[in-house]
Design a binder for this molecule. Structure first.
Ligand code: BV8
Length: 230
């Protein structure tokens, strides 16, 4: 590859073939719930039990033997090992399949399902089970203080400065498995283009921002990504 600095944005589509539901497919996550009810601070305040159960269910599925990284995750981990330039994966996903596949240079801009956070102190804790509204927080002893370490709508995504810095200097930007509906992630391709980077969309179908990409590859991530990395 003639490139030196690559930024890769991944979305729910890269984990679909690992058995994790995407958000906007007909059998998607949001079909069962209104986003406002389960992925906003207001929804959490209104019904913390519903929201904790929504994430407890997704955490249980992620930790089941049935959910493993697929060929797309492994191809990106191989790229990180073999590429002699700078590579950064920015994922919108809260699963840990990139880590399981061996990727290290990774930013979870929307948080992580296997971490919880004290709503008062922002201290993070690993979590492999359920979070209950009755759980007492270790750091402040408060009940109801523990929330999923997940960025909800209306909340600031994580490590935005690091991401914008990488977008300003990259010479290749690839988006994999994202519908381009959620900002600021959906705007990264424009940012990369302004920096003069080549931009490529790999998806099952054209995304909402497909016209901003200079290259497009449509198909399953598990076949298109290994082909790209080969
Ligand atoms: C913020 C964590 C301020 C929770 C998530 C109006 C206009 C513009 C913006 C806004 C607006 N009104 C409100 C906003 C802001 C809002 C937003 O964008 N709303 C949208 C709905 C309009 N954004 C926010 O609130 C964000 N915060 O803006 O703060 C700010 C801004 C800049 C700088 C600082 C501060 C916070 C958004 C984060 C919300 N949290 N996740 C959880 O996971 O439960 S978002 C959640 O949905 C995911 O994390 C992901 O980001 C998003 C889903 O998107 P995708 O990953 O793309 O998944 P989707 O199902 O949509 O698509 C999957 C794609 O894969 C499909 O295209 C499919 O074809 C493809 N696919 C499927 N299978 C495969 C495949 N491709 C290849 N192979 C396959 N096998």
């Amino acid at each position: 590859m003639p490139y030196q600095r690559i930024v890769i944005l991944t979305g729910a589509g890269i984990s679909a073939e690992s058995g994790i539901k995407t958000f906007r497919a007909e059998d998607g996550l949001w079909e069962e719930h209104r986003v406002e009810d389960v992925a906003t601070p207001e929804g959490f305040a209104a019904d913390p039990v519903l929201v904790q159960n929504f994430y407890n269910g997704r955490r249980k599925q992620l930790l089941s033997d049935a959910v493993k990284p697929n060929a797309a995750h492994f191809a990106l981990a191989k790229l990180e090992q073999e590429f002699d330039g700078e590579l950064l994966i920015v994922t919108q996903n809260i699963d840990n399949l990139h880590e399981q596949a061996g990727s290290n240079k990774l930013i979870h801009m929307h948080g992580e399902l296997l971490k919880m956070r004290c709503a008062y102190t922002d201290i993070l804790y690993p979590i492999k089970g359920d979070i209950s509204v009755d759980d007492r927080c270790e750091c402040c002893g408060m009940r109801g203080a523990l929330r999923p370490h997940v960025v909800w709508f209306g909340e600031m995504p994580l490590q935005m400065e690091d991401i914008y810095q990488a977008l300003e200097t990259c010479d290749l930007f690839i988006a994999i498995g994202t519908s381009g509906n959620v900002y600021p992630a959906a705007g990264f391709v424009r940012q990369a283009g302004i920096s003069g980077a080549n931009t490529m969309e790999i998806n099952l179908e054209p995304s909402a921002v497909q016209s901003t990409f200079s290259e497009h590859r449509y198909g399953l991530a598990s076949s298109e990504v290994p082909r790209l990395v080969a």
